[in-house]
Design a protein around this ligand. Structure first.
Ligand SMILES: Cc1cc2nc3c(=O)[nH]c(=O)nc-3n(C[C@H](O)[C@H](O)[C@H](O)COP(=O)(O)OP(=O)(O)OC[C@H]3O[C@@H](n4cnc5c(N)ncnc54)[C@H](O)[C@@H]3O)c2cc1C
Length: 388
């Protein structure tokens, strides 16, 4: 049985056991023993119900049986099952998303977990694929010091690789992250430009495009002859990307696009821009969001002024305007059957994009340390301690 539903059920049943509350009696446990979910009066009532009522005994026995596998574990074993802060749950798991392997719908709590047999993993209920594909639990264990504290310097970094390219001699084995990290060490803007080009702009065409779309755009982008960009954010759709207002209306064989996109990295440099637009209403009344590709020079594609930023100033961040921009039918990413799947595809793309942003942050921090040891910085530094 999946662990999470089992636990939820157990807690609910334990709560129902306390439902018929009796006045608290007998000795109160100390504050250290009393829990927040089950304060002393509630525990007392639950004990009373289990001892005196047949249904109370049934619920108590079920809860005891269900939790016995956990109760028999040592504290160390229990801690080893806890997801550390190093492993974030992806969009697919915390929202009503879908499985990246079989693409079938998986609502939020339907992911299966077996923390004892498959620590730190979730499993698709349809195709049984396990995520994340890296073995982060093993990586975590290699980094534990003698006090049981995770030390990234000790951990085996060879376990963190691109699982789609398992051969260590494959240039893509660790390519994306290491290259972006190294560039960010000396130039955050260049690193951001590369990350937006590869993981945000090119990846969705490579991963979700039709064979024809891949052949048309990916070789040029992969060889560096073209630059890619990704346009999701809008004035009213930042964190809430589902608030997209850009529309694409079917117009003869193609699409007529109108709207505005904000903060498009590589904006004017990009030879292709992938973007989202509302193409109708999905069953259930939500917006139907589809993904498209637009090429530089398409009439109706207009650029706003370059954003003036505090940092990463040489990275081109633009507003894009789509004004009665006509696109051929072949520019709907993934072809006609992918109509309405644009939001999912962009969220999956952002899962990879977050890794690049993490790598940029690490690289910037690595570059900042030697930079603040320069004589100028030492002179200017208000709290000289930080320069040591
Ligand atoms: C340098 C740079 C480059 C970028 N490049 C691109 C790009 O290439 N393509 C692209 O599409 N986008 C790009 N973006 C946009 C970026 O993805 C958005 O800025 C981001 O999604 C946040 O949206 P927003 O700026 O509208 O902030 P908002 O959504 O307005 O959020 C503002 C603040 O409110 C918080 N917040 C928002 N919603 C909630 C909530 N429900 N509950 C609690 N807190 C909330 C946020 O965490 C944030 O702190 C870029 C941004 C920057 C700064």
């Amino acid at each position: 049985m999946a662990i999470r539903p089992a636990l939820v059920l157990t807690v609910l049943m334990a709560c129902s056991l306390c439902a018929e509350t009796e006045p608290a009696r007998a000795t109160q446990p100390s504050r250290a023993q009393a829990g927040v979910l089950f304060p002393p009066a509630v525990v007392e009532a639950a004990r009373h119900n289990a001892a005196t009522l047949p249904w109370g005994k049934t619920v108590r026995d079920h809860v005891v049986t269900t939790t016995s596998s956990w109760a028999n574990l040592s504290d160390d074993e229990l801690w080893s099952l806890v997801f550390g802060p190093t492993i974030t749950r992806s969009w697919m798991v915390w929202s009503n998303g879908h499985c990246p392997a079989c693409e079938k719908s998986v609502p939020m709590y339907n992911w299966e977990m077996d923390a004892l047999k498959q620590p730190w993993k979730t499993r698709c209920p349809h195709c049984k694929a396990l995520f994340p594909t890296n073995d982060f639990a093993r990586y975590y264990r290699t980094g534990l010091d003698e006090h049981g504290i995770f030390d990234p310097k000790k951990a085996d970094r060879t376990l963190l690789f691109n699982t789609a390219h398992p051969d260590p001699n494959d240039p893509l084995h660790q390519f994306g992250v290491i290259a972006v990290e190294e560039l960010a060490r000396v130039d955050g803007s260049l690193a951001l430009g590369l990350a937006a080009h590869t993981s945000l702009g090119t990846y969705p065409i490579y991963a979700f495009g039709t064979e024809e779309q891949r052949r048309r755009w990916v070789p040029r982008l992969a060889s560096g002859k073209g630059i890619a960009a990704f346009a999701l954010t809008e004035p009213d759709a930042g964190s809430d990307a589902q608030g997209t207002r850009t529309t694409a209306v079917q117009d003869g064989d193609g699409w007529l696009v109108n709207g505005t996109k904000f903060y498009c990295t590589n904006g004017t440099h990009a030879s292709t821009i992938v973007f989202t637009a509302v193409t109708g209403t999905a069953p259930g009344g939500k917006k139907e969001i589809s993904a498209f590709v637009v090429e530089k020079g398409t009439p109706g594609l207009k650029y706003g002024a370059k954003e003036v930023k505090l940092g990463m100033r040489s990275s081109d961040t633009r507003v894009l305007h789509f004004e009665d921009m006509r696109l051929p039918a072949g520019n709907l990413l993934g072809g006609p059957e992918s109509r309405g799947a644009g939001f999912k595809k962009f969220m999956l793309t952002l899962d990879g994009g977050r890794i690049s942003v993490g790598a940029i942050s690490v690289g910037l921090a690595q570059g900042a340390i030697p930079a603040c040891r320069t004589p100028w910085c030492r002179r200017k530094c208000r709290y000289r301690e930080c320069c040591r």
